[in-house]
Ligand binder design. Structure first.
Ligand SMILES: Cc1cc2nc3c(=O)[nH]c(=O)nc-3n(C[C@H](O)[C@H](O)[C@H](O)COP(=O)(O)O)c2cc1C
Length: 231
């Protein structure tokens, strides 16, 4: 099992995204997976210019020469790809969107319709379907902040932590024990079974009840007042 991971948080090693991603990858590695992680902001990934050369002029090859030259073959080779992103303005961060746009050479220009939806076929035939895992965190306590991420990664294993600051709080960490256990379980299942069970998937999304949301918001507001100069 080869797992290729991209953490798109600009906060890199300081990010909550990284804490969750490392938990997942460490568990997968100790179950025998070969794992590789990159911080997207450290990569040289130029923006897609929409020239479609990678389809009709030089099939499979982009006009840009940058880190996508080695990322794309690694993506093809990987059994699973993990994407990590905080939510910025209800969406994935632009660094990740730029990387995703540059995967166009992995698709063929033709279209086909499956179950009423139109797609482009992949350029590289895979013996086994590639697994996708998306890890996302946000500041508000509501799961609705991940609506765009849900739409962007259909079929992916989803790890969602709203109110990510909760991990800095001792009682918060206690509250999340089952969540972290589920992340470790997911890393192991992916490596050993090749997929994550439905039972584990359900535990990878933190859904706070209203009374917990109220506590989180009150704690956050008092912390924020103290942190704001002149208040
Ligand atoms: C520019 C910006 C926009 C943000 N927009 C949202 C948002 O729409 N919804 C939300 O819940 N949190 C939002 N946040 C908060 C981040 O999602 C939150 O701080 C997250 O934990 C950061 O993740 P990281 O620690 O992995 O970098 C925003 C943060 C920034 C800097």
């Amino acid at each position: 099992m080869k797992i290729l991971a991209f953490n798109a948080s600009p906060r890199k090693g300081q990010s909550v995204t990284d804490v969750l991603m490392n938990t997942f990858l460490e568990s997968a590695a100790s179950a025998g997976a070969e794992v590789e992680k990159h911080y997207v902001v450290d990569l040289d990934v130029k923006g897609c210019v929409g020239c479609f050369s990678c389809w009709w002029k030089t099939p499979g090859q982009c006009v840009h020469r940058d880190d996508m030259d080695w990322i794309l073959p690694k993506m093809v080779e990987a059994d699973a790809v993990v994407f990590g992103t905080p939510i910025y303005h209800y969406n994935i961060v632009h660094h990740l969107q730029r990387l995703r746009e540059r995967t166009l050479p992995l698709n063929m220009p033709e279209m086909y319709i499956q179950e009423g939806e139109t797609h482009h076929p992949g350029r590289h035939e895979k013996k086994k379907p590639q697994r996708r895992i998306v890890i996302s965190v946000c500041g508000f306590p509501d799961l609705s902040n991940f609506n765009q991420v849900e739409g962007l990664f259909p079929g992916a294993v989803k790890v969602f932590l709203p109110s990510s600051g909760i991990i800095y709080d001792e009682s918060g960490r206690g509250y999340l024990e089952g969540f972290f256990q589920a992340i470790r379980q997911a890393g192991e299942e992916l490596t050993v079974d090749g997929d994550v069970s439905e039972e584990t998937r359900m535990k990878l999304i933190v859904d706070y009840p209203d009374e917990v949301k109220i506590m989180i918001v009150e704690k956050y507001n008092s912390w924020s007042r103290e942190a704001t100069p002149g208040t």
